[in-house]
Design a protein around this ligand. Structure first.
Ligand code: WTA
Length: 670
């Protein structure tokens, strides 16, 4: 079944800033087609710009067979060396690498804590921590560790120290619960965990070490914990022989200690990052070192047009892939100054991002549609208070950007003159794959589009049979050739890697997104085609929420779907069938929501819970979420031939209608 898509805008904008690189889409298509003729030599030319301890023998190898691709095989390098030593040696020793701003402010709203670490400072701290990890805790290449920290400089320091030793790290977002942390540490078989006593969020202290203690009750592989004192809590539980204060283990390490960077194979895993899929168990996405560095280098140059005097402000959290690639590794690889902000965008006021951008003269802004929509609601004045004229380039990421949000940022922050795109990529891709490339050749902007694929990236939109669809027709986004930076596999689950990404359309990487291409060859990513939802840009598997719900004794069955939300893009709602003996109530709704928040985390908060007596199922007993989703989003039901009992759909509809009527009633009363 093909769906034709009316694209929201035909408008094309050539921004004043960057127009010297303007090309028309036709010209870009030629450049792109040329790059695909021989992707191996194309990417090898990019790779040559990095420093390798040993050059590669083969650019691309399928080992033992596709889709297990390895890039730059035989080559050796080190990510900590490339981001630190190379800059220290290359004339950037005392250039600021990280500008960090803590969340707490004084009475006038000025930050109480700002730290600026030069490349040399960072290099020294990374060496010292690497020394500790190696000599005090005996970690070596191939071991895995967990990192569960707030947004403080010690987080990238920990990542880079691990990378220096070839120790594989997995960062767990500090908003995750003990259960989520334990699941990830167990799957990764982490030997050590680096954490902090706590962190700040909207003025509140989050007691991270308490969460860690709870998680470690179930994580037997973790033998040691290093705790950084961020907040200065004086009642932190420290388990003797297991837990060590960061400042104590670092105390007697000389400031100039040098730890040889481990020359790892190009395909040696740099990190594992867990992400939601369509089953309850999160997937450990494994990234290599060589391919990943090459893709980051390319995207920093092409997408961000990286320059020596840039102040790069990416508003993401390092707990997600955007922070890994575009706060830490990408900007540092290019020797740039990267801004790291600890707190919430509206604390103490909704101009915190703009105050930061102004204070440090940010030149690049990389942010999210949800962030933009949140700030839009507070009005233009908060932006206008600040001089943002240093910003010369912007991009958004994480979810589709609606033209209204695009226009708002373009006008107020971009002064209707800077390049502004929406970069498409995923945890799995390692870096940006579809985007405007103002650093290389700039095609006209269109509000809401993702733009064309990057050179060397063979993206397409295909139908159910894997055949390309004509422009304006909705289909599935696929990548038809391997690219450097792609995931190596799913940690300890190669079958799932093949099944999830390479089986729907054999020989092509299936992203799980719906997309449409326009007549200029631009992509418009429309949202997920699978059971993953994006809440405020964060990926959640509906299945994860359902698994949490059914742990509550009252729940027999649950179906969770995403519904559109004006700020967060999408929010989850749950349809729940209760066990005998339980009655629907507001109290129970609250309880169920708490269960989900406790097991998955606050980002998983349900927007609503509906009680029904049955859910739409296939004849083989599988819940048809697609139908539930169609009901709540008011879409046609589509094919219902496999539906077992039509009355179930009616019930879902009725529950939703009743809810809508209630809302209308409330509105009428106001
Ligand atoms: C969505 C985030 C539209 C998409 C880097 C993808 C986007 C998922 C965009 C990956 C964009 C990301 N426009 N949708 N510019 N960027 N997405 O792994 O659905 O957290 O599959 O990586 O985000 O989410 P993830």
């Amino acid at each position: 079944m093909s769906v034709t898509w009316a694209l929201p805008f035909k408008e094309k904008i050539i921004p004043e800033v960057g127009k010297e690189r303007a090309v028309d889409p036709e010209e870009y298509r030629r450049i792109h087609a040329e790059s695909l003729k021989d992707i191996e030599s194309f990417w090898a030319n990019v790779a040559k710009e990095l420093e390798w301890f040993k050059p590669w023998d083969k650019v691309l190898v399928a080992d033992p067979q596709p889709p297990f691709y390895k890039w730059f095989v035989g080559g050796r390098l080190n990510a900590s060396y490339l981001t630190l030593d190379r800059n220290v040696k290359g004339g950037r020793k005392n250039k600021v690498a990280i500008i960090w701003e803590g969340e707490p402010v004084d009475q006038s709203g000025n930050p109480l804590e700002v730290r600026k670490l030069t490349y040399y400072d960072l290099w020294r701290e990374v060496n010292r921590l690497a020394y500790v990890l190696k000599n005090k805790f005996g970690l070596k290449k191939g071991d895995t560790i967990g990192i569960y920290m707030p947004m403080i400089p010690e987080l990238p320091i920990a990542m880079l120290a691990a990378a220096r030793l070839g120790v594989i790290f997995t960062v767990v977002f500090s908003g995750f619960t003990a259960q989520a942390l334990a699941d990830r540490l167990n799957d990764a078989e982490a030997k050590l965990l680096i954490t902090a006593d706590g962190g700040y969020r909207r003025g509140r202290v989050i007691r991270l070490k308490d969460v860690v203690d709870k998680a470690l009750e179930q994580s037997p592989t973790v033998k040691n914990v290093i705790v950084y004192r961020r907040v200065g809590l004086n009642d932190v539980n420290m388990v003797r022989g297991r837990d060590y204060w960061w400042h104590e283990v670092m105390a007697d390490v000389p400031p100039n200690v040098y730890v040889e960077p481990e020359p790892v194979e190009s395909e040696h895993p740099l990190y594992i990052l867990y992400t939601s899929g369509t089953t309850g168990k999160p997937k450990g996405i494994v990234h290599d070192t060589g391919g990943y560095m090459v893709l980051l280098h390319a995207t920093m140059k092409w997408v961000f047009d990286a320059r020596e005097d840039d102040i790069h402000f990416c508003t993401a959290d390092i707990g997600w892939v955007t922070g890994h690639s575009y706060i830490v590794f990408g900007p540092l690889l290019e020797g740039m100054t990267t801004i790291m902000f600890e707190g919430a965008l509206d604390y103490p006021n909704p101009d915190r991002w703009w105050a930061i951008a102004e204070r440090y003269g940010a030149t690049i802004l990389y942010t999210t549609p949800t962030g933009i929509r949140t700030l839009m609601r507070f009005g233009d004045e908060w932006v206008k208070k600040h001089d943002l004229s240093t910003i010369r380039l912007m991009h958004s990421v994480g979810e589709p950007i609606n033209p209204e949000a695009w226009r708002w940022l373009w006008k107020l922050v971009g002064r209707e003159r800077v390049p502004f795109g929406s970069t498409w990529w995923m945890t799995e891709t390692g870096g940006i794959l579809i985007s405007h490339v103002p650093g290389l050749a700039l095609v006209p902007l269109k509000p809401g589009t993702n733009g064309p694929p990057l050179p060397g990236v063979d993206a397409d939109v295909v139908d159910d049979n894997g055949n390309p669809v004509p422009p304006g027709t909705r289909g599935y986004l696929v990548i038809k050739k391997p690219w450097p930076g792609m995931l190596l596999t799913i940690w300890k689950d190669p079958d799932r890697y093949v099944k999830t990404y390479w089986s729907k359309f054999p020989g092509m990487f299936y992203a799980g997104d719906y997309a449409v291409k326009d007549e200029d060859g631009y992509f418009w990513i429309l949202g997920r085609a699978d059971e993953v939802i994006k809440v405020a840009g964060h990926r959640l598997g509906t299945y994860e929420l359902e698994s949490a719900l059914i742990q509550h004794p009252a729940v027999a069955e649950a179906a969770v779907v995403g519904v559109p939300d004006p700020v967060k893009g999408e929010v989850p709602v749950a349809y729940v069938v209760l066990r005998q003996g339980y009655q629907p109530s507001e109290e129970l709704k609250r309880e169920l929501n708490n269960t989900v928040r406790e097991l998955v985390g606050p980002i998983a908060t349900l927007a609503n819970v509906f009680f029904v007596t049955k859910l739409p199922k296939t004849r083989s007993g599988k819940i048809m979420r697609r139908l539930v989703k169609a009901v709540v989003t008011g879409q046609p039901l589509g094919d219902v031939t496999t539906l077992e009992d039509e009355a179930s759909v009616e019930e879902v509809k009725r529950a939703y209608e009743e809810f809508k009527a209630e809302i209308e009633k409330l509105k009428g009363q106001q």
